[in-house]
Design a protein around this ligand. Structure first.
Ligand code: FPP
Length: 257
């Protein structure tokens, strides 16, 4: 059971009706979420876009708690892409401050609940202060054995693959490996997500049907679940619905049944 949760009355995923239908032998090991629709959610209610992002943090908290309660191995949430720098400076600054605030506010509780937090993306381009907080959060939770929470910040999949190619090319150049040593596993083990199972289920709220440069290598055989709901309105029950839909799919990985 999740310990201490800001004293808020939150939904306990184990009490939801749909929880009874979950097949625990067929849980997706790794769920990736594109937290989309914060801006639309805010605009619909005449609020500033930034308030949509703030509401999105509340949803993330609920979904992390629910994924942990379900026994999901890894959850990767797309928080800021390498392309998001194109947004107005004020929105970028707001988001960076929000990530910082999130770490300040939630790291104790995540740690208490055995969550291992990791950041993926070009972390070295973030502010020194944010980098310090990220390093300290990663270090503090490094030995936790519960949910692996990956936060993709300044992340782009093509960028990740490009960085990986350079790392591997350097190893060849320095005679650390031979070209023949390079295979799919080798590449997988040099990505930002090294050590984490490949993505089984991708969830994208708010109606857009695209991947947006997210975990392209890792989701090669993932199942997709789309919903019209904007991220701030996404509830633990929607996570259960996505998992139930996933469990009905026949995964063939290119083979026959
Ligand atoms: C996309 O919605 C969302 C983002 C670019 C930011 C996602 C960030 C959060 C949910 C904050 C929580 C994250 C952490 C790590 C604390 P959009 O703004 O593009 O929505 P729109 O398409 O409706 O405009």
């Amino acid at each position: 059971m999740w310990k201490r949760w800001f004293g808020k009355t939150n939904e306990d995923v184990t009490k939801l009706e749909a929880y009874k239908s979950i097949d625990f032998d067929k849980l997706p090991k790794h769920i990736a979420i594109i937290m989309d629709g914060n801006g639309r959610w805010a605009q619909k209610q005449g609020l500033m876009r930034t308030l949509g992002h703030r509401a999105g943090v509340e949803t993330l908290r609920e979904v992390v708690k629910a994924a942990s309660g379900l026994g999901i191995r890894a959850l990767t949430a797309y928080a800021f892409s390498t392309e998001n720098w194109k947004r107005p400076d004020s929105e970028v600054k707001f988001l960076m401050d929000l990530f910082s605030e999130y770490l300040d506010r939630e790291i104790d509780e995540l740690h208490e609940n055995n969550v291992k937090i990791r950041f993926i993306g070009r972390i070295e381009e973030l502010s020194d202060l944010l980098q310090t907080k990220i390093e300290s959060a990663q270090l503090r939770t490094a030995n936790n054995t519960g949910l692996i929470l990956n936060l993709a910040v300044n992340y782009g999949s093509r960028d990740e693959i490009t960085r990986t190619v350079k790392i591997i090319a350097n190893k060849v150049k320095n005679n650390e490996i031979k070209i023949e040593d390079i295979n799919e596993n080798f590449i997988t083990n040099h990505l930002d997500t090294a050590g984490i199972p490949e993505v089984d289920l991708v969830i994208r709220p708010s109606g857009d049907l695209r991947i947006s440069n997210f975990l392209l290598w890792q989701m090669a055989y993932a199942e997709f679940w789309f919903t019209e709901i904007n991220w701030p309105d996404f509830k633990p029950n929607d996570l259960l619905q996505a998992v139930l839909s996933y469990q009905k799919r026949e995964r063939r990985f290119g083979g026959l049944k």
